[in-house]
Design a protein around this ligand. Sequence first.
Ligand code: ASP
Length: 581
Amino acid sequence: MLRTHTCGELNLANLGETVTLCGWVQKSRDLGGTTFIDVRDRYGLTQLVLNEDTSSVIREKGRTLGREFVVKVTGTVLERTNKNLKMPTGEIEIAVNDIEIINASKIPPFMIEDETDGGEELRAKYRYLDLRRNPIRNNLMLRHKMAQEVRKYLDALNFIEVETPVLIKSTPEGARDFVVPSRMNPGEFYALPQSPQTFKQLLMVSGFDRYFQIVKCFRDEDLRADRQPEFTQIDCELAFIEQEDILNIFEGLTRHLFRTVKGIELNEFPRMQYADAMRLYGSDKPDRRFGMEFVELNGIMQGKGFSVFDNAELIVGINAKGCAEYTRKQLDELTEWLKRPQIGATGLIYCRYQADGTLKSSVDKFYGEDDLTNLAAAFNAEPGDLILILAGHSQKVRKQMNELRLEMGTRLGLRDKNTFAPLWVLDFPLLEWDEESGRYHAMHHPFTSPKPEDIAMLDTEPGEVRANAYDLVINGTEIGGGSIRIHDRGLQSLMFKHLGFSAEEAQKQFGFLMDAFEYGAPPHGGIAFGFDRLCSIFAGLDSIRDVIAFPKNNSGRDVMIDTPSTISEAQMNELKINTTV
Ligand code: ASP
């Protein structure tokens, strides 16, 4: 090896030793007689010193080193006079005997420091330099540790890791597929998997019994902070189990990760019905780091002559504790925030519970003291509280109130990154009405089983049928989701029929799975965790980008390698892709 030690391990125990280090020049300070140089590698930083005891040739060489030069340095470990106890190597320095410049470096386009001056775009273009910075490297190390712990936990429970193919045929998970043209089969395409869903189910038919894979999945969707066109799942499937077993095993996995990676012992995860989550939080992924539950107010507020409320399908409010002091200006600003097209509320009604115990609302014209007292009582409000109310079409109002609740939670400092509030959301609807296509879609995916007692409703009230489906939510982020699957050909074809597939289409697309169900398919179910999201929550980040080594930007581009890009005419011809369209 070129080095005897790393840049992160020398301390007083090594005094007097002759050592050789390799690394990158973090910075150097030339104080006339003495030059200090910090060398960095992934393990840490070590201070080199060149002074009158150093040979003049080496001192001269030391002066030529620029930031990010790669060097190999030999010297003696000395005790520092000026100790830095914040660094593991802060009590020593290396008196340099020899320096070899292994490779020079251009001046980096941004500072390789914890706080850098580089903007998003620049850092993305030089991602390999960004990855030298501690915060990003630490994220990747955290991710590595988490992946190892996932494997340890699942291996101990007899799960086996199986790789499934990447060139497949479309799996309907509700997003668009990325497709790959087949040269050998002109005019035909592979699709990249949105998830290994059908393969893992087939592995259960094959008797593998407990499968997992830390696997790349691909979805051609519009991108957001927590979405990338390619992302990683911890994908799992089990046979001969019930929903309760899956919840227990994967709650166990999550707790194992918190324990081993973050040293946090989580209590048993609370569980909530989907219907309750929607009623109380207007979201299927409530952030439960704070309360501020919705209170439905139709009974209290309707019939008093205020037409906005009288005509509303739903009137719903939250109590922003301690916000009665909000000024008119602040409330106007909140109203404007709600009216932005992203949220689309038409207005905001409020009621202040003033410090002197009186109640003051923005609709005092219609509501007397008794009405407002009833209103306050519905929230168990106290002096100092501010009740915020929205009204309108139920589904829309719940969505808007969810945004408002989260915003107020943020403003009130109730969403601490170091507090973790996990929640299982259970009994999702099986089907979801899609306005655009005018038909029902599978809310999870078409292989999810309906609750047996609800199957009869498939014909009469399809929207009411509940699924054996569950999500794990942490701090308002969906971390994982899964379901107990259909393992019966008849029921699976019935599902496809309800999803608007003709028998021929279903056979063409999913015949392989339905055929497999006729050769002894065990009852099975599974779950997949979004690994990037889980890592970003562990790292305390809002975006998944910085737990991914080489992420794409918001337009799905990798600006470093500059892709997507065009391909040559020859490649196009070979693939028989018609460019004249
Ligand atoms: N394949 C599903 C998904 O990616 C997860 C599952 O049902 O196991 O969301």
